[in-house]
Design a protein around this ligand. Structure first.
Ligand SMILES: O=C(O)CCC(=O)C(=O)O
Length: 301
């Protein structure tokens, strides 16, 4: 049975720019997956990118190969974006005890990272997001250990301009442990449209979540997180980025440099997690680097 969003949930998504949390795994199962992710992340012999950023580990960690295709994610995304959905990137978001909070930010085409759009839509439908993030926590996520905050309704207006040039972030190697800013080494406030504007924290929704829960949001919806002020509780989340299939991903790009690291896209490909590709814009992968197929469901006729 499909796990679509209800009409009420869809309405709420379009009002807020996000919806959730939803349970994908029982807490015990989520903690076991996290244990495997931790163990397997240390082995970089089959990774796609030769750098420490842990992008796209769905290509070499089978728990993540399965996660990107989880029906609780894919069906809900299809209710918002339509049947044809592709995953283009996965990122780790750890907050270790003592880590800074992620700064408030909004993203539209990811050009903040390289100065060049990483996504170009070619056939948008007004009001329907072409790019959605599914942020899944594999540990508890609390105010104390750095849970996510989302600003309802902010997806309707951009308060940040990704075409601005940041003072730092692009070249310095980012590590989650000793970054001196809260967003991949950037001061995201460099991208503010109005330097004097401050987000209204009182309107933020605080997303405390159980291990195994996810939230779906448009990256245009302003988001941030608390610092991890706990003694020993790590918050670990994985952000999976999905687009409609008319979107050109990494257009005319074979490699790029971001967060102080090089990304070689020669073996990279999108994964068609739902529906079909009617556009032919992108490269695709059907198997991970261990030869395991991504467990996608057959398109319904
Ligand atoms: O996990 C966080 O602190 C921030 C997540 C985020 O910025 C994202 O998923 O785009």
């Amino acid at each position: 049975m499909k796990i679509d969003l209800t009409a009420e949930e869809k309405k709420k998504f379009f009002e807020q720019g996000f919806i959730g949390p939803f349970k994908l795994y029982e807490p015990k199962e989520a903690k076991n997956i996290f244990k495997q992710i931790r163990i397997k992340s240390a082995d970089t012999s089959n990774t796609l990118h030769n750098n420490p950023l842990n992008y796209d580990r769905h290509f070499d960690i089978s728990e993540l190969t399965n996660h990107i295709c989880h029906p609780g994610i894919v069906d809900r995304l299809s209710s918002i974006m339509g049947e044809d959905v592709i995953l283009w990137r996965m990122e780790y978001f750890p907050k270790y005890p003592g880590s800074k909070g992620t700064e408030w930010h909004q993203v539209q085409d990811y050009s903040y990272a390289t100065g060049k759009p990483q996504l170009i839509p070619t056939d948008t439908t007004s009001g329907i997001p072409f790019d959605l993030t599914v942020w899944t926590c594999f540990t508890e996520s609390t105010r104390k250990n750095g849970c996510l905050k989302l600003m309802p309704g902010s997806h309707n207006k951009m308060f940040f301009d990704e075409t601005k040039k940041p003072s730092e972030g692009r070249n310095k190697l980012y590590t989650a442990v000793d970054s001196d800013t809260g967003f991949y080494g950037y001061n995201f406030s460099d991208f503010k449209v109005d330097n004097n504007w401050q987000p209204d924290e009182s309107k933020a929704v605080v997303m405390e979540m159980e291990p195994g829960e996810c939230v779906i949001f448009s990256a245009r919806c302003m988001h941030s997180s608390f610092p991890n002020t706990s003694e020993r509780s790590t918050r670990f989340a994985v952000a999976c980025r999905y687009v409609q299939s008319h979107v050109k991903v990494y257009p005319d790009t074979n490699e790029f440099r971001a967060h102080g690291s090089d990304f070689d896209l020669s073996r990279w490909g999108c994964v068609q997690v739902s529906g079909v590709d009617k556009y032919g814009h992108n490269k695709f992968r059907t198997d991970n680097n261990l030869g395991q197929p991504f467990p996608v469901l057959e398109p319904t006729k």
